[in-house]
Design a protein around this ligand. Structure first.
Ligand code: M6R
Length: 621
């Protein structure tokens, strides 16, 4: 959800705090773009200097251009995804208190804000916004009045708040300090030389330092130019975990592409290749070094439950077909928010696999906690190093997709499927479901995928041209069977997210049970056709489905394997993908659907990186 940046450095470097914070906000804008704001303090400033504007960061930049802020030594910046209070100037962060001497920014939701606000109102406090954040700011102000210590005040207030929050505060009386607190929301520290940083994720400061400190749950951090001090909410000293970020600022740039989405679609061969790297030993056996769960426990697993949301859940759907086939373990795939609030059957023999790009999705985090409370072991498949979900899991399998900035997920999806396949093959190896030579063949097939994905990307012009011709479409349907079904769901989600078009994905076999009523003259329908070299009944059944919808007037947009002549008579448009085994096909068939959604959205003049109403990292339930 919201993006948070904090900076403190030597006061003599003119303009740096504001520059660092604005640069951080630019990189974090994917987390929310309902408003942006900054607050600065410097030696001798009687009050915080601040600016904030509804809308994207560009609005704040224009405001700062028109009304520049004075020099400073510390700064905080915020980019908002609105929860409490509409996306207006007055609800934008920072929120000021203590007569304008204190500024606070916040990511998350303070669930007990109404009761706390009533208490403050009764004390005569006036509020200038509709936000829960301003309640936190006023509470910190009240606590600060007695201690005059910003860290003490923050710690005291953090203990009072319920919900999820990362808070940062600066005070004019402490121009060399930024204080942060985190509870169920992300906050990382960037360790600089004579300067230090805070960010919702490392993208906020990776242009300045790749040395980071991961904070634990319920911790307060105080940064000055020369020190980083961490304590728990109980006031006791605590330690963060130091690590080096394994990508640089260039990886989080567009690299010559028109959008992050375009770049990330093109990153996919490398993302899949990198996720596969270093996973076997010299004998070709899979070694998942980051999978630290006792082998005996993994051997005893009698059920796998994948918990995830959105695109990550569709990666789980794909993985279900492969893992059940390879390991003969039943796999359930469940939306994390549904899993958490029903009464799922979870035992000590259940392995829960949490899939998440950000590692911060609150619904998924809550599902992980619930599963562990029930005695299950949790393996998370995560892209973002230093995030919360890996820390709360028994083991983690990192995808190596690099930073994914566009709000709609692309390369994370392919690398999640790849990592889940590695997990499936590892379990098959461990439990003896597959002989080593069978696993070696499957690994070779996986290793062939990056060049095949590249081939699909290279054929993208035909997809884009088709999308351009469909810019007035109001509804598009997607069909697939077997692993093609979750691909259809993902294709529909991409189109909804990016082009704001009604889109639905169906299992092709389900068509005749109802959805076929939607087919009328000219209705565009994408169909993902399985390999004709796989189980032939699967292929011929999908070809029959194409004929059924075409007979009723559908415009068929067919994704099929090179050489699959059987589909030719029934395809209005055909998008060829290289031949691959059925289970590998999602890594290819998804790509034209991503390109289609991006091209159609672009043709409609929409922002493909920051679609309306969405945020990259959904840190509220
Ligand atoms: O960070 P996560 O993978 O946990 O995010 C899960 C979903 O919020 C995410 O996949 C979402 O559906 C994207 N907007 C899909 O493009």
């Amino acid at each position: 959800m919201c993006g948070i940046v904090g900076y403190v450095g030597p006061s003599e470097v003119s303009g740096r705090p504001l520059d660092v914070v604005l640069e951080g906000l630019r990189r974090l804008e994917y987390r929310g773009y309902d408003s942006a704001g900054v607050a600065l303090v410097g030696p001798g400033s009687p009050q915080v200097a601040s600016a904030k504007k509804a809308g994207k960061l560009a609005n704040l930049l224009a405001e700062l251009e028109a009304n520049p802020l004075p020099d400073a030594s510390a700064a905080v910046g915020h980019t908002r995804w609105a929860t409490h209070g509409g996306p207006t100037d007055r609800n934008a962060h920072p929120h000021l208190a203590d007569g304008g001497r204190l500024a606070v920014i916040h990511n998350g939701i303070v669930e007990n804000f109404a009761a706390l606000k009533a208490e403050l109102l009764a004390e005569g406090v006036t509020f200038l916004s509709d936000t829960d954040t301003e309640v936190a700011a006023q509470l910190i102000s009240r606590a600060y009045a007695s201690s005059k210590d910003l860290t003490v005040a923050m710690t005291e207030v953090a203990r009072m708040l319920e919900g999820t929050f990362t808070l940062l505060a600066v005070h004019a009386e402490h121009p060399g300090t930024v204080v942060g607190a985190r509870h169920d929301s992300p906050l990382v520290v960037g360790l600089g030389d004579g300067e230090n940083f805070l960010g919702s994720d490392v993208a906020a400061f990776v242009a300045h330092t790749r040395e980071a400190l991961e904070l634990g749950q319920d911790q307060v951090v105080t940064i000055t130019p020369s020190a980083v001090e961490v304590i728990g909410f109980d006031g006791a000293p605590a330690q963060g975990k130091r690590y080096s970020v394994d990508w640089d600022a260039a990886a989080a740039e567009k690299g010559g592409f028109g959008s992050f989405m375009d770049k990330e679609i093109h990153d996919q061969p490398q993302a899949v290749g990198d996720t596969l790297l270093g996973r076997t030993d010299l004998d070709g056996r899979l070694v998942l070094d980051d999978l630290k769960i006792d082998e005996a426990v993994l051997r005893s697993v009698d059920k796998i439950i994948v918990v995830a949301c959105g695109t990550a859940a569709y990666a789980g759907h794909v993985a279900k077909y492969a893992i059940e086939h390879w390991c003969r373990i039943p796999v359930e795939v469940e939306l994390a928010h549904e899993f958490r609030y029903r009464d799922p059957v979870v035992t000590e023999k259940t392995l829960v696999v949490a899939i998440t790009q950000s590692g911060e999705t609150m619904d998924t985090l809550m599902a992980v906690r619930h599963a562990r409370e029930q005695g299950a072991k949790v393996v998370s498949i995560v892209n973002t190093n230093g995030s919360t979900i890996p820390r709360e899991s028994d083991a983690v399998l990192y995808t190596h997709a690099g930073p994914e900035i566009a709000v709609a997920s692309t390369k994370a999806f392919l690398s999640q499927i790849t990592a889940a396949y590695l997990l499936g093959l590892y379990l098959a190896q461990l439990r003896g479901n597959k002989f080593p030579d069978e696993i070696a063949v499957l690994m070779d097939e996986l290793r062939d995928m990056p060049s095949k994905i590249q081939a699909v990307i290279d054929r993208g012009d035909h997809v884009s041209a088709t999308a351009l011709s469909m810019r007035d479409a109001t509804s598009v349907l997607f069909l697939g069977r077997h692993v093609g079904f979750p691909v259809a769901l993902e294709g529909a989600l991409k189109l909804k997210e990016l082009a704001y078009i009604h889109a639905e994905g169906f299992a092709a076999g389900e068509l005749k049970h109802g959805p076929i009523a939607l087919i009328e003259e000219g209705q565009p329908v994408f169909v993902v056709v399985p390999s004709p070299r796989g189980r032939d009944s699967l292929h011929s059944k999908v070809v029959s489905n194409i004929q059924e919808i075409r007979a009723r007037g559908a415009r068929t947009l067919v994704i099929a394997e090179d050489g699959d002549e059987a589909v030719l008579p029934y395809a209005d448009e055909i998008f060829w993908i290289p031949q691959a085994p059925t289970l590998m096909q999602p890594l290819l068939a998804t790509v034209p659907l991503q390109i289609f959604a991006m091209a159609l959205a672009t043709a409609k003049g929409l922002d493909v990186d920051q679609p309306r109403n969405l945020a990259k990292s959904v840190t509220v339930e």
